[in-house]
Design a protein around this ligand. Structure first.
Ligand code: ATP
Length: 205
């Protein structure tokens, strides 16, 4: 069954993530999208705004509830340490998953050549890219071994980010309709992203 891997910090998950996963699944004919919260993303090591992995896992579970195609995995969180996509794809491949696709926002594609073993990644999965406001996706400017493996998905540009949402929550502003109600419930019940809030006492943006 064609499976999409959708990795991220999901700190918190928001309506942009949901729209991206849905549109990419439709465009690439994916039967399943595996949401993969990173234990520690390589570019966010030591980031004090990163909520604990278990809290982000709970928020993703809350976000995707009710969508039969969406599944959350704790593979990277259980592995711990810094999460590299190539390791995760190898593991999925070894588990017998074929037809792998890696779902990315356009901003992530810009940094992709600097990821660990990008050649191995595109050997294991094709890339399905959803444009993001301000990204600089230009397939022609990418090396052929990357550009030739990319499908760009047309959809409305969604100018929402976890960073902006953390800032809103820290300032006591509403995020209603920007995150699913179920995610808002977890954030409010557990106190994430408020100054001094959450069990880790993490702050805002
Ligand atoms: P932060 O603001 O904390 O950096 P983020 O909103 O970019 O977070 P991530 O969890 O880092 O969210 O993103 C996971 C994946 O989803 C990445 O590939 C990212 O490019 C993509 N993504 C997130 N939001 C959007 C969006 N609004 N449009 C397109 N892609 C998005």
């Amino acid at each position: 069954m064609p499976t999409g891997l959708f990795g991220g910090s999901f700190n918190p998950p928001h309506v942009g993530h949901l729209a991206v996963a849905e549109a990419c699944a439709e465009a690439a004919g994916l039967d399943r999208v595996l949401w993969m919260p990173a234990a520690t993303p390589p570019h966010k090591q030591g980031d004090p705004a990163l909520a604990p992995a278990e809290a982000r896992l709970r928020m993703v579970e809350a976000a995707i509830a009710g969508n039969d195609r969406f599944v959350v995995s704790d593979l990277e969180i259980a592995r711990g340490d810094v999460s590299y996509t190539v390791d995760t794809l190898r593991r999925l491949h070894d588990d017998g998953l074929g037809g792998l696709a890696l779902i990315l926002g356009g901003d992530s594609l810009a940094g992709f050549p600097g990821w660990r073993e990008p050649e191995a990644i595109v050997g294991l999965a094709r890339l399905v890219v959803y444009r993001r406001p301000g990204d600089r996706v230009d397939l022609g400017a990418l090396p052929e071994w990357i550009g030739g493996r990319c499908t760009v998905v047309d959809g409305p540009a969604l100018d929402v980010s976890s960073t902006e949402l953390r800032g809103r929550i820290a300032a006591g502003r509403t995020v209603r309709y920007l995150v699913p109600d179920e995610v808002r419930g977890v954030i409010e019940a557990e106190g994430w992203y408020r100054p001094g809030g959450g069990s880790a006492g993490i702050g805002g943006a």
